[in-house]
Design a protein around this ligand. Structure first.
Ligand code: ADP
Ligand code: MG
Length: 231
């Protein structure tokens, strides 16, 4: 027991440090990104080569932001503040949040989210779960004709959220490795998104299941215990 307390204290020191470093580093990054973007806009039409360099700098700055976000989420894992959460509203919010990313990738998102889906959980952490899953779905689909379908409904004691894509799909070996820290097949992936996602779902007494076939697509199903009114 005592060991547990000491361990948690140590973890929270690390988390606080990670959170403050991430916070401090993010601000200058945002400022640099803003100025680089401005400088890029001022370039003459014929300066193609410089334009490419500016694009590269911007995309690397974005990558640094992504890495900070993923590490921060990993560090924050032991803080869970649970309350009644409307998954219906949360999913609609996540869908809206990710629309611009989907549009940019020319992917269409369709939703069928039942109302009144309530769980007992940590709102921002759950939001992170569905942002991560939706992001992976969008990134897996072909640029044109990409389709992602989000469904949410209750079934027995659980709320089920299914996110399907018509993307690359995964082999049995790849499926086996999901959630392993740093496992990524993307040129600019961190391989931390699902590590964080699996851990958050586990902390909510939920499960996550993948069905996938190469070249056809993937369906991920998250099941979370329903919060009944009696509790
Ligand atoms: P990252 O997105 O940074 O690579 P993740 O932990 O989110 O890290 O995902 C790990 C890997 O799992 C991805 O690189 C990808 O190869 C695979 N993956 C996850 N979701 C899907 C999906 N919907 N379709 C195909 N592959 C996927
Ligand atoms: Mg990811």
């Amino acid at each position: 027991m005592r060991y547990q307390i000491i361990k948690n204290e140590k973890l929270s020191i690390i988390s606080e440090l990670a959170a403050s470093v991430a916070h401090e580093v993010r601000n200058p990054l945002t400022v640099v990104r803003g100025f680089i973007q401005l400088m890029g806009q001022e370039l003459q039409e014929n300066e193609h080569k410089n334009k490419d360099y500016f694009e590269l700098v911007l995309s690397e700055l974005d990558r640094a932001q992504d890495i900070i976000t993923d590490y921060l989420n990993l560090a924050k894992q032991q803080y869970f503040e649970k309350e009644k959460v409307s998954l219906s509203s949360l999913l609609i919010e996540v869908d809206q949040l990710m629309r611009s990313y989907a549009n940019y990738k020319t992917v269409t998102i369709e939703t069928k989210i039942n109302s009144d889906l309530v769980v007992y959980g940590d709102n921002p952490r759950l939001k992170q779960v569905f942002i991560n899953l939706l992001k992976n779905a969008i990134e897996a689909v072909p640029d044109l004709e990409g389709q992602v379908f989000i469904r949410a409904y209750s079934s027995h004691e659980y709320i089920r959220i299914k996110i399907s894509d018509n993307g690359s799909g995964m082999t049995a070996d790849q499926l086996e490795r999901l959630g392993e820290p740093y496992f990524t097949l993307k040129e600019k992936g961190t391989g931390l998104g699902l590590t964080v996602t699996f851990s958050i779902i586990h902390h909510h007494g939920g499960t996550i299941r993948y069905q996938s076939s190469i070249g056809e697509g993937t369906t991920v199903t998250v099941s979370l215990p329903i919060q009944s009114d009696a509790e």
